[in-house]
Design a protein around this ligand. Structure first.
Ligand SMILES: NC(=O)c1ccc[n+]([C@@H]2O[C@H](COP(=O)([O-])OP(=O)(O)OC[C@H]3O[C@@H](n4cnc5c(N)ncnc54)[C@H](O)[C@@H]3O)[C@@H](O)[C@H]2O)c1
Length: 285
């Protein structure tokens, strides 16, 4: 049962009981942006955290969340593109007290760092980093961690994708193409793992003000002259006005809310779904 009544004064109130405090969550890309917010929201639910990031900041982030929410936190500084590092961090988990590992949220990703319109402006070598991090990072994680969940016959993956993976975004074709591959592999994983009681879904943000979003503006801005360059804030405003029906950027919290819902027992019949949290930017029919 997902709905509980909490007596909050005379009227009372119905809230979702996510039941996420029955194990640990592994969040990749947890040192910043959307991954960090997802980690915070799980911590608020009383869920123990396993946090992976290539940034050295990850240990400080972990200590701060452990102190703030009185939960267990294990941090590893790893590059998800490196299969050996992912395997080693996974072995560390099974040796530690951080099981049962029930929830996986994969947020680590990068852009190419180049403005890719038209695509011929790029070199084929500009594709390598996004392919390694965004595609092989997801593959490394899935291969390392799925056997743990299969053994437990329970668990949930939520991948963070992007609307760019659905529309052939011209800003950064290598990023966009790897995000499309992430969608496809999410569906494949969902079909393979369903008989083992494991759900696999994806949340696709539209535009969230994070370091990643700023790097897209920076790569565009580097190519402008005085007459065409505009500030990050104005660039964002213009994009929002032109593309987002609800008229706002999303917050990391908007994305985390959907991630927690999909991870929870409230979504027990949801798998293989690609859910956009994008203010209506991309609408399918
Ligand atoms: N910000 C947006 O507008 C937006 C839009 C669509 C999709 N997304 C997706 O959301 C997710 C999170 O992005 P964000 O905006 O929070 O970015 P961010 O740059 O703020 O955070 C990404 C985190 O991932 C880590 N990371 C990067 N490469 C890594 C690697 N190889 N190994 C381990 N950690 C690594 C970084 O250190 C950082 O902490 C990504 O999958 C991104 O594609 C973001």
């Amino acid at each position: 049962m997902c709905l509980t009544e909490r007596n909050l004064g005379l009227l009372g109130s119905i809230v979702l009981d996510l039941g996420l405090n029955d194990g640990s969550v592994l969040v990749t890309g947890a040192a910043a942006g959307i991954g960090l917010e997802v980690a915070k929201q799980f911590a608020k639910e009383g869920c123990d955290l396993i946090l992976w990031d290539q940034s050295s900041n990850i240990h400080e982030v972990g200590q701060s969340l452990a102190a703030q929410y009185s939960i267990s936190v294990k941090t590893s500084r790893i590059d998800v593109a490196n299969e050996a590092e992912v395997n080693r961090a996974t072995e560390d988990l099974t040796d530690s007290q951080m099981v049962p590992l029930k929830y996986i949220v994969h947020a680590a990703a990068v852009g190419s760092g180049c403005f890719g319109f038209p695509f011929t402006r790029l070199n084929p070598s500009d594709w390598l980093k996004p392919l390694q991090v965004n595609l092989m990072g997801m593959v490394n994680l899935a291969h390392a961690v799925a056997p743990i969940l299969v053994k437990q016959t329970t668990g949930s993956f939520v991948m963070i994708g992007s609307v760019a993976g659905q529309i052939g975004s011209q800003t950064d074709p290598p990023y966009s193409a790897t995000k499309a591959a992430n969608i496809n592999f999410t569906q494949c994983m969902a079909k393979d793992l369903a008989p083992h009681g494991i759900r696999v879904n994806m949340v696709c943000p539209g535009m969230v003000k994070t370091d990643l979003m700023r790097s897209v503006w920076e790569s565009w801005s580097r190519l402008q002259d005085e007459a065409t360059d505009i500030t990050y804030e104005r660039w964002v405003d213009e994009k929002v006005k032109a593309m987002i029906p609800l008229g706002n950027m999303q917050n990391a919290e908007d994305i985390a809310n959907m991630v927690l819902f999909l991870s929870s027992r409230c979504a027990s019949q949801v798998t293989g779904q690609i859910i956009n949290v994008d203010g209506g930017y991309v609408m399918h029919w």
